[in-house]
Design a protein around this ligand. Structure first.
Ligand SMILES: [Zn+2]
Length: 170
């Protein structure tokens, strides 16, 4: 995938008239509110977004975004990698009155005074909503003691010692 930098703000209505399709990246390090809850593991946030006009004449921006972060497991306190993936379908509105007319199958995004939306903030907010309230490893990956793994040997002890194999070669 190409790492084309996306514009941070964009006019949905102008983009929709051109049926614009964007595919590119934001820098994950710029998403500082998100990074207050997790650590960055990928340099980029991959985003693709498509602008269109629906049969009612509403502007629609839909797409997906993904990035890799690390969360702290609340059971064992260790970091683990977590892929953030979101899909979105927004219809922009100038104000609350206009927002009420947007059907509920779209999420509403408010336009700024220039008629633009901040695409990076939009993606960042979607990511923040995807961060689990209590991040935890899958039970089989977690190093903390749990009743279900009690009595089993830790994985390290079950792996063959590579030095034993070397000894046999000699
Ligand atoms: Zn854990």
């Amino acid at each position: 995938m190409q790492n084309l930098k996306l514009p941070i703000t964009i006019s949905p209505s102008r983009s929709a008239q051109r049926r614009l399709v964007c595919e590119g990246v934001f820098k994950l390090s710029d998403m500082t509110r998100l990074l207050a809850t997790c650590e960055e593991r990928s340099e980029h946030v991959q985003v693709n977004v498509k602008f269109d006009v629906d049969e009612r004449g509403l502007t629609v921006m839909s797409g997906s975004a993904s990035a890799l972060v690390a969360l702290t497991c609340q059971r064992c306190n260790e970091l683990f990698d977590h892929k953030l993936e979101v899909e979105f379908t927004f219809s922009p509105a100038k104000n609350a009155e206009a927002a009420e007319k947007i059907p509920s199958y779209y999420d509403v995004v408010e336009l700024n005074e220039d008629g633009e939306v901040n695409l990076r903030e939009l993606v960042e907010e979607e990511f923040i909503l995807m961060i689990p309230l209590i991040p935890r490893h899958d039970i089989e990956d977690c190093s903390a003691d749990a009743d279900s793994v009690w009595g089993e040997l830790p994985e390290e002890l079950e792996k063959p010692n590579p030095f034993d194999a070397l000894k046999q070669l000699k």
